[in-house]
Ligand binder design. Sequence first.
Ligand SMILES: [Zn+2]
Length: 335
Amino acid sequence: MINRYAKQELFIGEIGQQNIKNASAIIIGVGALGSSIAEMLVRAGVGNLTIVDRDYVEWSNLQRQTLYTEDDARNKLPKVIAAKNRLQQINSEVVINSFITDITSLNIEELIKDQSIILDATDNFETRMVVNDAAVKHGIPFIFGACVASYGLTFPIIPGKTPCLNCLLNHIPSLNMTCDTVGVISPIVQIIAAYQVTYAMQYVTNCELPTSLQSIDIWKHEKSEINISKLKNDNCPTCGPNQNFPYLATVNELKTDVLCGRDAIQLRVMSPNSLSLKDTSKRLIGIVSDLIVNPYLLSCTFESHRIVLFKDGRAIIHGTKEPSVAKELYNKIVG
Ligand SMILES: [Zn+2]
């Protein structure tokens, strides 16, 4: 029998390979970082992989989101569906669970509770803080990663050992820029993803992890390492002695999010009684244009806005950053 992991096993040993197979990893977001992390973990032979993402594949993703093809963009496949298809072609031995959803304080604990490790591949701090609270509460390592333009940051958060993201908020170099305004190039994504996967492999094979933050600008050929071991906040509400997990406690009442990198608003309907895409599409014939329905979502154009409805009741309204405009359009279509 040919051992597909032979070269890796020479480096990490048979026990190391078994540790990777026994591990379960969750990736929060399968955009640029998530694509590369998922492919590396699946090729490395992780036993169980969970991917979570709220969005679908668009043409502007193809420049850096390495799991996706033009067909995926044409068919508007949800990212987790397209990703799972591709990942199972790469390695059919891995069990892959996929969720088309938004990460909130309501679902995060259920998603992460049985995982060995959590990999951050989201594009916003609100979500990261929710994940950080849940990771610390359940004692699961959380590997931070973020990129913008040619610049990226990464560090491992090990509950009980390192500071958490909440401790470090005021120490992390500013990431106020977004892909929206300055864009992003693929090489920095691949580097940060490589660090994150290395940390994950080191953790599950019981190797020492660094207590430092890596900061890299690939275009300027600059790299720095900041020791974060002494930056633990003694009064941190997430990992301090009086922890109250503020980001899990606040039931997220926000019903609208401005999406990073897009002129678009996401609406999250709080009572997610599953939307029948078929019935809705029948009703919309003659009212909207460019109507496309697949088993996961419905896409159409209405009053020159592109609108995408998901089965869980979420909607993405393009062509506006105004929540009130988005809500009005949603009500006109879904009622
Ligand atoms: Zn903390």
